[in-house]
Design a protein around this ligand. Structure first.
Ligand SMILES: Nc1nc2c(ncn2[C@@H]2O[C@H](COP(=O)(O)OP(=O)(O)OP(=O)(O)O)[C@@H](O)[C@H]2O)c(=O)[nH]1
Ligand SMILES: [Mg+2]
Length: 243
């Protein structure tokens, strides 16, 4: 399968070369699209320099920080237009171990429409998190299961592989969420189209270099959106399956 790894970056100068090295090591034939939102620390320049030495990396430079969901929407649109068969979503801060890439890709190669790198299936782990943080995250996925009927243990996970024929059915311009909500919205879009979702166990570690861009706003956004989608589709029956 022709595979594209979409890597969103905002101030990941300390991580970008390491993550590119590891992606190349674990998936030598995959191409990479770095989607950088004008990182002041020069992440985009470092990625381009890496590509001059090794090849296989494109950098999409955008003006100013526009959010994770927006970066993935732009990256997926470009990947689909270029004819990739499988599109990977992964963080560039090394919290997603590139060693898990082959298992995500092979799940899609074996017929999944979406493979999710999951912390909450047997074999998955989050060794660095305190219990309360794990419960909060599990609670978020449970809420999405109850509200949306989404049969996914780790609905907010951001390490994934999409099959292009499924991704191309989703109107990316109509996807609105940015953080955890973006992950749930995309999984829900696949599930509502009857797509096959497979969860592959991963170990999700804490960030070692660089700083987090996570915010409370992202959690509130996800809660509000999941509540709205659930009411819209299960109570008002107003949701449209085809965008
Ligand atoms: N292009 C782009 N990338 C972003 C933006 N916000 C975050 N990112 C990248 O998205 C990935 C995930 O962001 P993080 O800040 O690590 O968020 P997180 O992993 O949910 O939170 P932590 O566990 O605290 O690290 C990283 O690779 C970031 O560089 C953005 O606005 N634009
Ligand atoms: Mg992170």
């Amino acid at each position: 399968m022709k595979t594209l790894v979409v890597l969103p970056t905002y101030n990941e100068a300390e991580n970008i070369e390491i993550v590119l090295d590891l992606i190349r090591q674990h998936t030598p034939t995959a191409c990479v699209l770095v989607v950088d939102d004008g990182s002041p620390d020069g992440t985009a320049d470092i990625a381009e320099e890496w590509s001059r030495g090794h090849g296989g990396v494109q950098v999409l430079r955008r003006q100013g920080k526009q959010g994770l969901g927006s970066a993935y929407r732009a990256g997926f649109a470009q990947g689909l237009a270029l004819g990739y068969d499988a599109l990977i979503e992964m963080d560039s801060d090394l919290q997603h171990d590139p060693a898990a890439l082959p298992s995500l890709i092979s799940a899609v190669d074996n017929g999944a429409d979406l493979a999710i790198g999951s912390r909450y299936v047997p074999g998955g782990a989050i060794p660095d998190w305190p219990k309360y943080r794990e419960y909060l995250s599990r609670g978020g996925s449970l809420y999405a299961r109850l509200m949306l009927g989404l049969q996914v243990r780790d609905a907010t996970a951001g390490f994934r592989c999409y099959a292009a024929p499924m991704l191309s059915q989703i109107d990316l311009d109509a996807v609105t969420a940015d953080g955890y909500g973006f992950q749930i919205e995309m999984a829900y879009a696949v599930a509502r189209r009857g797509g096959r979702i497979v969860e592959v166990p991963i170990c999700f570690t804490d960030r070692v270099r660089g700083t987090s861009k996570m915010s409370g706003r992202i959690i509130v956004e996800a809660l509000v959106l999941v509540t709205w989608w659930g009411l819209r589709d299960r109570v008002l029956h107003r949701g449209r399956v085809v965008d």
